[in-house]
Design a protein around this ligand. Sequence first.
Ligand code: COA
Length: 260
Amino acid sequence: MSFETLDIDRRTDGLAIITINRPDRLNALNANVLSELRSVSEEFAGNKDLRAVVLTGAGRAFVAGADIAAMNEMSAEEAAEFGDLGHATMDAIEALPMPTIAAVNGFALGGGLELALACDLIYLSDSASVGLPEVGLGIIPGFGGTQRLGRRIGWQQARRLVFTGESISADEARRIGLAVDVFSGEDFFDEVLSVASTIGDKGPIAVRQAKSLMRQGSETTLSEGNKLEIQAFAGIWDSQDRNEGMTAFLDKRSPDFTGS
Ligand code: COA
């Protein structure tokens, strides 16, 4: 599959890197970028060999928001369609069965932060700046920002960011739990890839099961979530990966997981 606004790097180690490549607009999300992100996510969802997906941006931005020039031309009906497309795209990314990592290399504003929030893990370059500036444009975050941010960092900090529209530094984002970690500019992408590789070396069925359980658990009661965990724990037992992982430990060697 080839894309106009995305570069896709499918590596032999089971990692995939999606780079949003519209640097002259700071990778702003127009309908084309959103549709392409949704298509690639739908394609990746069915790929059993993929162990982790890294999402990043070309140039000095991750994504500087939804495309303001495009939005300024929209009627209310078109805005509703654009909002639907944005949500469908974020949902498709969030539903990916393998871990997803937002490698936020620069500005992640508005739709850019919403895109990062659809990923499992957020890492920031020390030059990154993140926020939801929509209220300064007289609109609201429209791709999940009023919903996912509070669930990620707690509602008080989310309200502060949404109401003030202010952008915060990478260090502050880490301090309030919005990012796992901050890496310096020159090492940034290698450090993120190293996290992805660590995940990729683990039992892929187990990693996917764990992701699914945590996702379901965040939307249900503790007792329901625990029941799901009991089923999944036993459900994985007859996999070759369970056998390989435990045998390798007892043999004092590294496991070689095949995802079966
Ligand atoms: N939509 C459309 N175009 C955008 C954009 C967006 N969200 N963000 C940046 N661009 C464009 C700029 O209009 C500019 O185009 P030009 O070269 O034709 O003037 C180009 O990308 C470079 O941006 P510029 O503003 O010149 O860079 P900067 O370093 O001075 O500022 C930002 C960077 C991110 C602070 C600034 O671009 C900005 O505030 N962008 C909008 C952020 C926003 O409100 N996002 C939420 C949208 S709902």
